[in-house]
Design a binder for this molecule. Structure first.
Ligand code: PEP
Ligand code: MG
Length: 755
């Protein structure tokens, strides 16, 4: 580098020495600015640190007035320094004073300096401060100099993030790096978690970011890039994707970037400034993250995200085993923070120590959210840059019901939540006391409360909740969380474990409900315009009967000597039901012929999720042994409003005249035909939904396990006749616009029901 004394590598080596010296934070900073100024032949070098209040404070300077240190405080959008911070991008000017953003602070004495080079101090994409060099002469800083200053800023980033500067900060104006943060995402699972951050893929703490031997580091980088490329090639060639959630087109994009000269060149340049290979990856990744956080164009964001993901893979190659997540070293009250996570990965953590989950990606229908629900941990998704702002061991609060996350909360905040956790625990104890009490309403109606389940981890809930059985066992969950297709033997052993755990209590197994939003990572997806209305569930099962038949066989064998209930998802016509039922009969005949032990009794029913069945109820009820209403899908198809699309999902209320009329017709007809009917959609898991359902005649509900306590507490106090007397005339009314939900709320308040 022209003009510089010794170049960036010498500077880095000197900085390493200064970092190791046993001096105060201020002395260290003072030495650092002197070193940088000398090395870059600049008259000024200054460090500004971003404070909790969002302003930038001058922490050290060589060249400007020393009296301005800790006195000059800039707004985050003030001057060129503010510009560097807010854009998270370098600003390089030979005539700074004529730049529109230039702002002059008399106390610094900077009016005589014309050229300006400022770089953000970044860590994991977050701006922690700004590092500036200035010269009197109108000079253009070279690209190499800019690069070198950015590398130097990494050293400062580690120093600021370490918390060392807090000792010299004014109270209330500490560096922002460790400030409390309130983040808001999407609610994935209810519950409050108070705990400590564990990064699912721990950010690498780079202990050695200064290279001793640059050619060697370049070689390491090159080898890692090669390995990463060939890994991607293999994944793509195999055509099956094992890494939960990754799809072919995503991998194609990764591969494209992995072979992109520009990206690799940036990494090599970073190494050439004197960084180790991993520090170079970290630098480039931090830049990418900073741009990602500011990009508004969704296409660009997606591409930056791909680059970020690639950098992750590269880091993995460079650090090998040390990079493995700390699954077995999980602290008490762990809250996992991850960019994204497959369902199987979550299941590998110790459930007893796990309190919460925070994801950068992952919507409410993601597979990992399903597992979080089964595990009963508070979970929030769609928190941008969660892994960038959280450090391992940081205190964190996750409020699963609202999607709020408080990182490094203030003591007041922590105390308030601790109180809420105590309250919830007290309520849980009250529910526990109800566990063995029969669910009989105030006016003597017996209501059967069962649970929805789908994974082995759900099984303890049968006992814990005191539920009357499993009303819906979603067999597809085993398929969704697996890395490869579960073999027949695996299906068999899960089904048997479920029946063992249930003992005398009934279990209703639903055959595979895949397709739509329930995608299997290892199965090639067909592109469909409307997957929810597409080739899914029983449609797929009947067209490719091999899979369905082997599942039915596994179920029949697992239930040898016991009772078995089977039902089918997404049946739309009675003919479909007949066809599906005939497969059960065929398998029974087959097993009988091979002298297998058969179930004592097999009942075959159907889910009612497609509105067309409402107009085939008589013929359907003649055929089925039981019905199970899936209100999630039924309401989605009823109103033609995607259940997973928040823009429309809340537009229509399930507790409304048309839906309740339909549900009441089903309950009435089932009773008239002496066929049992259960409702197993989310509607039953909300106290107000359960109240509406018992009022229109439902006597069996299947709930999320966590809903059993609150629903039972409400039902024990309800007078069903009174609720029916309120709701029936409302449903029959011809006036339109009847606010049923409001009327039910008022009724509950009047009757002292907790909803
Ligand atoms: C439903 O549709 O209501 C239902 C219970 O099935 P799932 O939520 O699994 O689609
Ligand atoms: Mg459904």
């Amino acid at each position: 580098m022209r003009g510089a004394l010794g170049g960036p590598r010498v500077l880095l080596r000197r900085l390493r020495e200064v970092m190791a010296e046993p001096v105060s934070a201020q002395e260290r900073l003072d030495k650092i600015v002197v070193l940088i100024a000398a090395n870059m032949v600049a008259e000024v070098c200054s460090v500004y640190v971003l404070r909790v209040d969002g302003t930038l404070e001058l922490y050290a300077t060589e060249g400007l007035n020393k009296a301005a240190v800790h006195q000059t405080v800039l707004r985050s959008d003030e001057g060129l320094v503010g510009l560097v911070a807010s854009e998270a991008n370098p600003v390089n000017l030979s005539d700074a004073q004529n730049h529109p953003a230039f702002s002059y602070r008399a106390e610094t004495g900077e009016e005589i300096y014309h050229s300006f080079l400022g770089v953000p101090v970044l860590r994991a994409g977050n701006t922690l401060g700004v590092l500036v060099v200035q010269n009197r002469a109108r000079r253009t800083y070279t690209e190499e100099e800019e690069e070198a200053l950015q590398t130097t800023a990494m050293v400062l980033a580690e120093m600021i993030a370490s918390g060392e500067l807090s000792a010299i900060a004014k109270p209330g104006a500490e560096p922002a790096a460790r400030r409390p943060l309130h983040l808001v995402g999407t609610a994935l699972n209810d519950g409050i978690a108070l705990g400590y951050v564990v990064l699912h893929e721990p950010r690498v703490v780079i202990t050695n970011f200064i290279a001793d031997d640059v050619p060697k580091e370049l070689k390491r980088l090159g080898a890692a890039v090669e390995m990463m490329r060939s890994d991607l090639d293999v994944l793509l060639e195999r055509g099956e994707v094992v890494d939960g959630g990754d799809h072919r087109d995503v991998l194609e994009a990764y591969r494209m970037f992995a072979y992109d000269r520009g990206w690799v060149h940036r990494l090599e340049e970073a190494v050439a400034t004197g960084l180790t290979a991993e520090a170079a990856v970290e630098r480039v990744q931090s830049d990418t993250r900073a741009r990602m956080l500011r990009a508004t164009d969704p296409y660009l964001r997606e591409r930056l995200h791909d680059l970020d993901e690639l950098a992750n893979r590269l880091m993995h190659q460079l650090l090998g085993k040390d990079y493995a997540p700390a699954r077995d070293r999980l602290p008490e009250n762990a809250v996992l923070v991850a960019r994204s996570m497959g369902p199987a990965a979550l299941l590998e953590y110790d459930r007893k120590r796990l309190r919460g989950l925070v994801l950068e990606e992952g919507g409410p229908n993601s597979h990992v959210a399903i597992v979080a629900r089964a595990l009963g941990i508070a979970a929030v998704g769609e928190i941008a840059n969660a892994t960038g702002v959280a450090d391992p061991g940081d205190a964190i609060i996750v409020e699963g019901s609202s999607g709020d996350v408080h990182l490094r909360p203030s003591p007041d905040m922590e105390a308030a939540y601790a109180e809420r956790v105590r309250l919830r625990a007290r309520r849980q104890l009250q529910y526990l006391a109800l566990r063995d009490k029969p669910c009989i309403t105030r006016d003597g109606e017996k209501i059967e409360l069962m649970i929805n389940a789908g994974l082995a981890v759900d099984l303890p809930h049968i006992e814990e909740t005191g539920a009357a059985g499993v009303g819906l066992f979603r067999t597809e969950l085993q398929f969704m969380v697996a890395a490869t297709f579960p073999r027949s033997a695996e299906q068999f052993s899960l089904y048997r474990a479920v029946l063992d755990a249930a003992g005398q209590k009934p279990v209703t197994f639903r055959t595979l409900d895949i397709g739509g939003d329930k995608v299997l990572p290892y199965m090639r997806n067909i592109d469909e315009e409307n997957p929810a209305l597409g080739w899914r569930a029983i449609r797929l099962g009947l067209d490719r009967p091999g899979l369905l038949r082997s599942q039915i066989r596994a179920l029949l064998r697992a239930a040898g000597g016991r009772d078995l209930k089977i039902m089918f998802p997404m049946i739309a016509t009675v003919e479909e039901f007949d066809e599906a039922k005939s497969l059960v009969e065929r398998e029974l005949t087959h097993l009988r012929r091979h002298s297998h032990k058969l179930p004592e009794r097999v009942e075959v029913g159907t889910m009612l999720e497609v509105p067309s069945l409402l107009y085939q109820l008589d013929e359907l009820l003649d055929r089925v042994d039981f019905l199970s209403v899936g209100s999630n899908d039924l309401v989605q198809f009823f109103y033609a409003a995607d259940r997973g699309n928040s823009r429309v999902a809340d537009r229509f209320d399930a507790i409304s005249v048309p839906v309740l009329r339909a549900l009441k017709t089903i309950a009435d007809k089932a009773r008239a035909n002496a066929k049992p009917v259960t409702l197993c959609g989310e509607l039953a898991s909300k106290p107000i939904g359960a109240l509406a359902l018992v009022a229109i005649g439902y006597r069996a509900l299947s709930l999320s396990p966590s809903a059993v306590g609150p629903i039972k507490a409400m039902l024990l106090d309800v007078d069903v006749r009174k609720a029916a007397a309120l709701i029936e005339p409302l449903i029959e009314s011809r006036t339109g616009g009847v606010p049923i939900r409001e009327r039910l709320k008022a009724f509950a308040a009047e009757q002292g029901l907790q909803i």
